[in-house]
Design a protein around this ligand. Structure first.
Ligand code: 5GP
Ligand code: ZN
Length: 112
């Protein structure tokens, strides 16, 4: 989608600190980190949110999680949290599907 922020990052039209990329996804540092490690993993394909996975190959989310595992290992994280916010009411602010990878500090439960 032409005017989508994360599509522009995927096309390298907007700079980001990229920590992993492959044919299907891109991982980059969050601009407003909520933990010492805060990386966003996005599909190259524009999908507005998790519900749009219905229009994507079944293995795509597994691929995003595999990329998150790879980044977590590269960062030496002993524990971490992966989060997908779906819809504004759940905190989603960028409507291109993304997995948050958070680590490097104690995590609390339940999340806010
Ligand atoms: P959401 O609130 O949709 O779950 O997460 C969107 C995330 O994107 C937020 O954590 C926010 O800090 C991050 N973000 C928003 N704009 C940019 C940007 O231009 N560059 C990067 N690297 N992250 C961004
Ligand atoms: Zn997009």
């Amino acid at each position: 989608m032409g005017d989508c922020l994360f599509c522009k990052i995927a096309r390298k039209e907007i700079p980001a600190t990229i920590v992993h990329e492959d044919a299907h996804c891109l991982a980059f540092a969050d601009i407003n980190p909520q933990a010492p490690t805060h990386v966003l993993i996005i599909p190259r394909q524009h999908l507005a949110d998790q519900r749009a996975l219905a229009d994507a190959p079944a293995e795509l989310m597994g691929h995003l999680y595999a990329a998150a595992n790879r980044v977590a290992a590269a960062k030496g994280l002993q524990s971490f949290r992966t989060v997908v916010n779906t819809g504004a009411g759940a905190g989603q602010s960028v409507f291109h599907l993304h997995l948050h990878l958070l680590g490097g500090r104690p995590m609390h439960w339940p999340p806010g």
